[in-house]
Design a protein around this ligand. Structure first.
Ligand SMILES: [Zn+2]
Length: 238
C-alpha cells in the first residue's frame, strides 16, 4: 500500500501534514517552516494524531516559528564576526553591491520583486560579497594558523563549494569554502586546522585525529567536528 498524505489546519498548532506510511513503525513528528509533518503507521487512528499533538504540538509549533526560511527579503541580514551583509532599497535601477572590510550592502530598487527570479539574483549578490570577503580573510587566517602550528601548505584557494567546508590535495593545496565565514570563529579555525593536518596525514586515521587533537587543544577535535555537523555549507547554514 503506498503512503497517503493529508493536510489540515489545526486550530492550535497551524498547518499539519500527515503521511500514513505502511513502513512506519511509530509516530514521527517534524517541524518545518511550512508545517508540522507527522508520519504514522497505516493502522494508527485519528485519536493517535490528536494525542501526539497534545504532547508535542506546542514545542513543534515553537520550533517551526524559529526556523528561519531560506529566503532573502529586505529584512535579510547576515551578521557574523567577519562578515556583515544587509539589503537597502535605494538603488535607482538594478542591483549593486557596495562594501569593504567585511561589511557589505546589496542595493536594490524599491519595487524589487523578492519572489521568483529575484531570489537567485540576490543569492548571487550575497555570494559575490562573501567571495570577496572570504578571499581577503581565509587565506590570511590559514597562513597565520600554519605559522603558529608549524604547518606548510603549497597554496590556498577560496571557492563557493556547497559540498564541503574545505579540502586538501596530496600536494598540500588547500581549498576553502566561502561559506566558512558564516560559521562561529572556533569552527572556522577547526576546519582550517583540519585541512592543515591533512598536509601531514592524508587519511582520517587515528593518527590524523590525535594530531588534530593536539592542535585544537584544549577542545577535542571530534567534539568540534560534531558541532560542525549542525551547520550546512551554504548561504543558510542553520
Ligand atoms: Zn578531512
Amino acid at each position: 500500500m503506498p503512503a497517503t498524505k493529508q493536510t489540515f489546519q489545526h486550530p492550535l498548532f497551524g498547518p499539519i501534514i500527515v503521511t500514513r506510511n505502511p513502513r512506519a513503525r511509530r509516530i514521527i513528528m517534524r517541524a518545518r517552516p511550512d508545517a508540522i509533518y507527522i508520519t504514522l503507521p497505516t493502522a494508527a487512528r485519528e485519536s493517535d494524531i490528536e494525542r501526539a499533538l497534545e504532547q508535542h504540538g506546542g514545542k513543534l509549533k515553537e520550533l517551526r516559528q524559529n526556523i528561519r526560511p531560506a529566503f532573502i527579503d529586505k529584512n535579510f541580514t547576515i551578521e557574523t564576526r567577519h562578515f556583515k551583509l544587509c539589503i537597502k532599497e535605494d538603488s535607482p535601477d538594478g542591483i549593486r553591491i557596495t562594501g569593504k572590510e567585511g561589511a557589505y550592502t546589496i542595493h536594490c530598487t524599491r519595487d524589487f520583486d523578492y519572489s521568483g527570479e529575484g531570489q537567485p539574483i540576490l543569492e548571487n549578490a550575497a555570494k559575490m560579497a562573501l567571495r570577496h570577503c572570504a578571499s581577503l580573510l581565509l587565506p590570511k587566517r590559514l597562513k597565520e594558523l600554519a605559522g603558529t602550528h608549524g604547518f606548510t601548505f603549497s597554496c590556498c584557494s577560496v571557492r563557493d563549494s556547497h559540498s564541503r567546508w574545505g579540502s586538501c590535495s596530496s600536494r598540500g593545496s588547500i581549498n576553502l569554502s566561502i561559506y566558512l565565514l558564516l560559521l562561529p570563529e572556533e569552527l572556522i579555525d577547526y576546519v582550517l586546522l583540519h585541512e592543515l593536518c591533512h598536509t601531514v596525514e592524508m587519511s582520517h586515521s587515528e593518527r590524523f585525529w590525535s594530531l588534530l587533537d593536539r592542535h585544537t587543544a584544549p577542545a577535542h577535535a571530534k567534539a568540534l567536528r560534531n558541532c560542525l555537523k549542525d551547520y550546512k555549507v551554504g548561504l543558510f547554514p542553520k
